[in-house]
Design a protein around this ligand. Structure first.
Ligand code: ATP
Ligand code: MG
Ligand code: FE
Length: 337
């Protein structure tokens, strides 16, 4: 069974063909990162326009690289939220047009469900499992008891992890996107700057990163006032130390409480080397099975959308042609509920 996946929620135009939700036949990603770099962040209007320019060719390339045609497809899975509304609409419109013209069932996919299902392209899921979702707009611990069933154990109360990485990177005068830059710089420094850890209430699985971000900014500012300097590499390492410690410890606590069979890592920040290394170590010493997607499947791509869409296909959870982009779509009420 072949599913065509389409993803345009942010600044990547992507199309992919995936077999049985597990095997990638193609995964074409047209990134706009170079364009948005100049502005220090994603410019929504520019993103939509680029999606319009790229979408048709990207879909054609995905089919061609997979050696498939529209006639081979059992379904078209498209991200319909959350994300930038103008960006989402481009993918949704393309998916609806193909669905209507070719009579292929349409499946609406929640972007975060896609990030989680990137793991199934690596290894079969075993339930119950807990997924740590860390991306540009989300930081969540998600408990799954079966396919398509997402219960949010905790989430960020302010900034997302990726957002915090990007803001701290900006304060350190690093280019956008800042996450990979901090990842690289942190390896050259030591975690010697004292920074807070946001554990919140003892039993809480929620996260908070704005206090940490402020602490970084204040420390840099105070040093500047005193005419001293802080080694940027040490600051990057210290910031990363705080973020990773909280993320890993809360994930392990949830894994034990719910006696999960797997821990999954998902989202753009899952590309972070320190986070990956620490999770590997902690899960190993606790004897918990850990799945981490390769770097190329951590950031936005359509293969993960096709993988999640396959579950919707099996459940015959099909969308009508009035499917719309929903910028604030909650995970619990997505069509993959
Ligand atoms: P969402 O998935 O929440 O809608 P998004 O799609 O914009 O948001 P992703 O593309 O999943 O987010 O991830 C992008 C984020 O990941 C950015 O904030 C980026 O800085 C961060 N990131 C990417 N690589 C790394 C890394 N190696 N270390 C830390 N952060 C990283
Ligand atoms: Mg992105
Ligand atoms: Fe994403």
């Amino acid at each position: 069974t072949y599913i065509l996946g389409i993803e345009t929620s942010c600044d990547e135009t992507s199309a992919a063909v995936v077999e049985d939700g597990r095997k990638i036949l193609s995964n074409i990603i047209a990134s706009q990162a170079d364009i948005h770099k100049r502005f220090g962040g994603v410019v929504p209007e520019v993103a939509s326009r680029r999606h319009v320019e790229n979408i048709t060719l990207t879909i054609e390339e995905a089919l061609q690289a997979a050696g498939k045609t529209f006639d081979d497809l059992a379904g078209i899975a498209v991200t319909y939220g959350p994300g930038l509304v103008g960006a989402l609409l481009v993918g949704v419109a393309a998916a609806k047009a193909i669905s209507f013209a070719r009579g292929i069932p349409l499946i609406g996919v929640h972007h975060i469900a896609g990030h989680i299902y990137a793991n199934r392209l690596v290894e079969e899921m075993e339930f119950p499992l807990v997924a740590l979702v860390v991306s540009g707009g989300h930081t969540e611990l998600v408990l799954m008891k079966e396919h398509g069933d997402f219960a949010i154990l905790g989430e960020t109360r302010d900034d997302a992890a990726g957002e915090a990485y990007d803001k701290v990177a900006r304060a350190l005068h690093l280019p956008y996107p800042g996450g990979p830059e901090i990842d690289r710089l942190a390896k050259e420094g030591t975690a010697s700057v004292p920074l807070p850890r946001a554990w919140l209430e003892a039993d809480s699985y929620d996260f908070s990163f704005s206090g940490l971000k402020s602490a970084v900014l204040n420390t840099l500012h105070n040093a500047e006032q005193k005419g001293t300097t802080i080694n940027p590499a040490d600051m990057a390492a210290s910031f990363q130390d705080s973020v990773c410690e909280v993320l890993v410890e809360k994930t392990l606590r949830a894994a034990k409480q719910y006696q999960v069979r797997q821990v999954l890592l998902a989202g753009g920040v899952a590309a972070n080397r320190e986070l990956r290394e620490r999770l590997v170590q902690r899960c190993q010493s606790e004897g918990i099975k850990l799945v981490i997607p390769p770097l190329s499947l951590c950031t936005d791509n359509a293969a993960m959308i096709a993988a999640a869409g396959y579950i919707g296909y099996l459940k015959e959870d099909f969308a009508d042609l009035d499917l719309n982009g929903v910028p604030g779509l909650p995970l619990a009420t997505s069509s993959l509920q």
